[in-house]
Design a protein around this ligand. Sequence first.
Ligand code: GUN
Ligand code: ZN
Length: 465
Amino acid sequence: MTDHVHYGHIFHLAGSPRITDAVDALVSTPDGALVVGEDGTIKYAGERSALPAEFASAQPHEHPGGYLIPGFVDTHIHFPQTYAGDSYGGGQLLEWLNLCIFPSESKFADPEFAQAAAVEFTKRRVAAGTTAMMVFGSAFPHAQDSLFTETQRAGLRIVSGRGIQTVGGDTAKPLLTSEEEAIRLTRAEIEKWHGADTGDFRTALLHVAIVPRFSLSVTTETLKNLGDLYDEYRDRGVYVHSHLNENNRPGTGEVDTTKEVYQVDSYLDTYDGKFLPGSQVGGKSLLGPRTILAHCVHCQDAELARMAETGTSISHCPVSQLFLGSGTMPWKRTVGSGVNISAGTDFGGGDEWLIPRVLGDAFKQHITEPGDEGVSMHPAEMLFLGTLGGARALDMEERFGNFDAGKEADFLVIEPADALRATLENAVRAEDADLARDQTLFGLLMGIRESSIAEVYVQGRRVTA
Ligand code: GUN
Ligand code: ZN
């Protein structure tokens, strides 16, 4: 056993910045060295010329023309939609769910099918360089067993939980359980898989989340029971994951229907233990620093403020929001609220596995917001969304997400494939050094495809699933 040193162009965000400070935290070291100790943690990230003498005998890995960046973090993706990308549903969210998604997810009732999907899912995420994920799971416990088993075999990080549904129409029927069964199965999954690989959630790669699909797939009783369950497991690092304010088609869309069914003025209240208008009680809150809510396209200011206050994170999924016609998460207002924002593919609803494609669509979406709302995202903000912001959303920023010494070494070796290499080598760069740096990072993030992701590491171990 020995230390390893990778040589390449390092990009990461040092320290613990908010997204608004990402630019100041951006580190670019063109002739960089990244030392990974035999314990899988980062010992040094900096100039090659300043490599401390103690690492002189580390095993060298040269990556000429290559880049070293933190592993991507996808904070919202659907395992039972592994084969459901680009499903044509003739409508927006609710029609698409009923027509395409519930039937697709029902196929996971077959254990062999689910096992094959878990293998495929794991392969796809490795190809995409996604080292950590919040995974919206299958309704079927055997499918979740396959997912955790394959993830552990590969040596990747995961937080996942079975998708909980207790009400729904005909096509959702195979995915529904009784109220009691919903709690029993969720508890069983936590007991079986949460922290299972090391026996301690603080060092584990495998974690479990409580995952009510969305408020319309459950009842006040389910949410109340899940609040109690979460209260029991909160201190043991269990997570919560769901969707919020995704589709606002007037009258018949998700947001209006939720408000109608729950008789609330704020969709977020349903996850916050408030089920009746103006009620401060009803159940225990599902919000907190280990809760991630996907989309948040149509939030009220008070909802954003409450998420920020509780440490709840947003998974921003622009690829999916474009595909399902959900609209655009208002960038300035959402960032301005102080809530932590991360990036999600929402594969199924999204049709890309690559976090850089999510970052690219975020850029394109936010620059086209109307009037003064339009912003040209800084590439450091894009990097934040795809790496450090995701680690923070998973409440594991202390462990990974950048190259600060002592963190677990989750990183990617990017060896630009032909077209990207030619672009990066021949692009005109500004005279100004900071702008030239930003242009290079932007070109890299916009241009990465699976073919450029050469090596993937988690805790310093190469992942090759
Ligand atoms: N809301 C409830 N279920 C889903 C889902 O599967 N995908 C998306 N995008 N939104 C949802
Ligand atoms: Zn989703």
